[in-house]
Design a protein around this ligand. Sequence first.
Ligand code: AMP
Length: 583
Amino acid sequence: MLYGQIVDAYVEVQETTKRLEMTARLAQLFSETPTDQLRMVVYLTQGRVHPPFLGGELGLAEKLVVKAIALGTGHSVDEVQELMYDTGDLGTACESFLERKVQMALFTEELTVEKVHGNFVKVVEATGSSSQDLKMKLVADLLHSASPVEGRYIVRTILGRLRLGVGDMTIIDALGSAYEVEREPLERAYNLHPDLGEIAVAIAEQGADGLDGFSITAGIPVHCMLAERLPSIGDILERTGGTAALEYKYDGLRVQAHILLDGSVELFSRQLERITDQYPDVVAALKEAEPAAGTIVEGECVPIVPETGEMLPFQVVSRRRGRKHGLEKAMTDIPVSIVLFDCLLAGGEDVTLKPYPERRKVLEGVLKTVDGVQFAEYLITSDPDEGERFFSESIERGSEGIVAKSVAEDSIYRAGSRGFLWIKYKRDYRMELTDTLDLVPVGAYRGRGKRSGVYGALLMASYDRQGDSFETVCKLGTGFDDDTLAEMVGMLDGIKLEGKHPRVSSRLDADIWLEPKLVMEVAGAEITHSPVHTCALDRLKEGAGLAVRFPRFLGNWRDDKSPEDATSTDEVVSMYERQVKTS
Ligand code: AMP
């Protein structure tokens, strides 16, 4: 099949804004395509060379494409660049150079779909030191034989900017119309097995029956189920029929973990990209959890400080995305845990049609919790007050809010759909406190893992003038360098106590209690209500105190301050009040 046939369709699709006309034109293209070329035509129309989970994204750097156009059309790099600035689009620039070439009748053979797809595949697969040069030559090779309009689309595709204005749903409709298959079964197959090339071939060969073979499979990512949002726990419970499973909404990266039949683990992102190589620690932890082969579980990858259970903000994980070098260092600096909340396939059995509470049970049975693998905190409740308390606790522990899940009979896993079976309720502001706090360590926790032998975290308190006591306000485990950690062992030795100091008010236990003596400068993201800390307990909300969220030590020991000069509970209250006013 000639590449020109696809390009004719692209041009017509781009000439209309009417979705029906676009669909009809694409349907015509698909029905004209021989079955053995259909995969390639579908992927190219998606602007890619493979289904997303096989990787190999197109998206060459502009600089390289400029060189390829220069080489492929016989112009200088400067000329190409100049025209690019004039037209604002390299595709159009390439087209006009090729038009000049046509006038000189320098055209050679016609491009086939196979040739274009083949060169694109070589481009995405090229690695190593000379790969840039090779990629450029592969593109130039296509441009040598391309007609002007083909050149426009080759360039746009290779830049990863095809932008026909058709999404996967339009392609699905076009395939349905070309091969007379209803949209619903097509969409279901696509959500469970997001490879439109393979689906196209199946229906071209067997019509709707071809879709029967598409089931959920370990190794092929499933489109994620998504959540709606509501503004209060009351609204949520009303919507879910009075009862819901509330879960922490972890602020990390959604990950679908697949355990293949041979026991190997693959990780996929919400966009269905394979991200296994970026999280070798998560892969190793999952293997240790001894999951059944043929299993798909879903969760959120979150950086969690092992000593405190404190969750760090998402940016810490995102720095690791795409990082290839220094991965080992990144792993010790930022240990990432996967917090699991759903199970789609368990030991080869598709469990997506079971109600949520059953899936949760299946999840807990299909693997163990180990360091780095845990299950999402959750609470089934019908009581809005209990729900609010759970929400505050989730915020204090560093999550973004909660995801409430229906526990009704119909609470199945709906791949690829956003609906009210899952409802998110988020904290809607996030900021950095402008003031730092001077807090007093009143307890300490022994370190684990790379912090064994030193302290992992400190229990910090504010000073309450009325009660002349120290009230806990956070666990502090971040902001310490190795020297400080080592030094602290000796420093705290001198103030260790047998039990809690009488002036310390705490609902939490510590491994070691300390005399309130030292003052440390701490920064934080915000002040939140807390069900566990005693700072300002019951003053703003019954049963709740205040906590500093995402506390981090700034390295300053405030030797100039006595513990009674530390930030007072009243000050923490006014920081909270100021923050509520400005949010
Ligand atoms: P949003 O990205 O704001 O639409 O919220 C939905 C996202 O929250 C999901 O895609 C997950 O990445 C994330 N999430 C965190 N914790 C949970 C949980 N317990 N259940 C479901 N999704 C969660």
